[in-house]
Design a binder for this molecule. Sequence first.
Ligand code: GLY
Length: 403
Amino acid sequence: MEKVFAAPGNAGTAAIAENLNVPATDVEALGSAAAQKEIDLVVVGPEAPLTSGIVDHFQNLGIPVFGPSKSAARIESSKVFSRRLMEKHGIPCPGGAVFSSYDEASAYVRRQSLPVVIKADGLAAGKGVIIAGSRVEADKALADMMKARAFGSAGDEVVIDEYIEGREVSLIAFTDGRTVSAMVPACDYKRIGDDDAGPNTGGMGSYAPPGFFSAEMTDRVSRDVLLPTVQAMAGEGITYKGALYAGLMISDGRLVVLEFNARFGDPETQVVLPLLKTDLVDVLMAVVEGRLDRMKIEWSPQACVGVVMASGGYPGGYKTGYPVHGLGDVDKDVPVFHAGTKLGDDRRVYTDGGRVLTVVGVGRDIAEARERAYDNVSRIRFEGCYYRRDIALREIDNIKSRP
Ligand code: GLY
């Protein structure tokens, strides 16, 4: 690989790549830029361009691209599509039903035990899933989505799922539409506060691999979830290529899919890919060229812990534009992934979003990885900086409490 380009990029990508001043949603402009720069492989990150058909556009231009087509990305962009696919093909999912009428949805909730999980069918910027603990809350969520159309057409249909308590784990796989190769499992932390207090965020930290999720469980999910899903889509004429993310819940030995994402998950990927020993570009090309069955993908037996450093106030209102100090003091083998950062005219790094950085400690086990992550977090400073103090702590507590 000679050169990397990022669109639109941030201060972190500016240090390793050429940032293209093109928004990630402008599919036409991205296609023109890729053609002009003679880019050999495009990797699509977020769900919005996948949903608007960026992969199909690059394929039409003859530019190799890693990611699912618009129709394949419906596994994430339509909760109704993914539930129907799972129901039809016996892929384990929570009990539930699909509704396009508010009255019928509300009447259904009255017959269920609470809480229930209400999901808008379409993309809703991470706000489209509500856990309703009372009928009043459920009716309000349904009215917001289906009557007030808070998420536009994304809420015209809803899925109502049974609520399952248990342990959540994310398993992402590379797939070329025929072969599935699972990555290392990971856990993310969605809430803003320690002990999972406060509102949901885009993710405040992650670790890999979780001690409660064995290699046998990974094989089971590959066999019973990931491969059947890719085969089910193939059976419907849809080739799924790219990263397929399964958000899973394990409860008393029962394993169900809570959601699929059509991409690498965030911030799980930040703690998974540092464990990849095989060259990533080789794997991505094997996916694009449909020869994943001939690719041996190797993973490190080490562990990773990622701590997200956020702007104070996030996920509510927050200020940006503060200088980030101490990045040069971070150990050379500790990856720091940038999210909301930008390079100032003075070439210094400034905050530019809610979630600013993810600092990833790699170690022989979770305890060592965690210590390295937090040790390096403490060297970075910016005004109002906030981070959770309990990322991966439960894994250490579990180990300590074992006989
Ligand atoms: N961590 C879940 C997601 O990337 O949406």
